[in-house]
Design a binder for this molecule. Sequence first.
Ligand code: ASP
Length: 310
Amino acid sequence: MKPSLIVHGGAWNIPDEAVEDCRAGIRKALEAGWGVLAGGGSGLDAVEAAIVVLEDDAAFDAGIGSHLNRDGRVQLDAIAMDGATLKAGAVAAVERVRNPIRLARRVLEKSEHMMLVGAGAEQFATENGITLCSPDELILDRERSAWRLCLEDAHAAEHHVSHEAGTVGAVALDAAGRLFAGTSTGGTCCKFPGRVGDSPLIGCGCYADAETGGVSCTGHGEGIMKIVMAKMAVDLLRDPNALAPYRKDAGGATIGQAVADACVRKLAHRARTTGGLILLDREGRPAAAFTTRRMAYGFVEPSGSFTIAP
Ligand code: ASP
């Protein structure tokens, strides 16, 4: 099987001045993930490697540099899913984990459960070899200032100059035909403490089924949850006939692209909000769609070159 990789760094109103940072981050994530896959490594290692790069990059709303919640704390969510077994590992509202995707992977591989939250997730981290960090290590001055402005005034995108959003995700198909997907986020800015969005929820922010494809979503979590968008995409990949009601002038688009377009169209019409998604179908063909001004994403062409947006 020819390996394949697609990654994203969020669908939002990326201003011109943030475009280069987003592109650079996406390139680094593709290099990290593709380095694993091209060497015959596992799709799960590739998803983890790509997402760790994006979590460590302050240009994105995941790991370091994430948005603060209403209490001025960073609470992180992540999920990793195995398309062969349909097992997922997810964590939510963790405050002392530098790379939540690593912890999500541990839950996937080592826990009988699918999702752990808050203190329990952090306890699982320490019991499974992940060192906890200080919550302050995840907070940048930039985000603290944005949070203060939002408190004094009202929450506003303009206060978050460099990234108003920026959830990250990856989908990888490895040479052995194994398909994995993952998503990681700091969530929405000024969210209520304990709020969990779509990102770590199986079927909402992420889904992978080796029989059909893998998906990672981004955008307004409460809307994505309403339409269970990642599962919707995978179901449409399985049954392209079901696409008919959503299909609009798909022209020469691949089924994957028609599916991605249909999902964001439904998000707009049924949930009345914006977002985006990336996917690989079971053969590894990539597609991406979004209804925001821009989305940061990239994938590896069959030639091995990278296509990067915006
Ligand atoms: N979907 C994320 C959330 O609602 C935010 C985003 O993708 O920008 O937490």
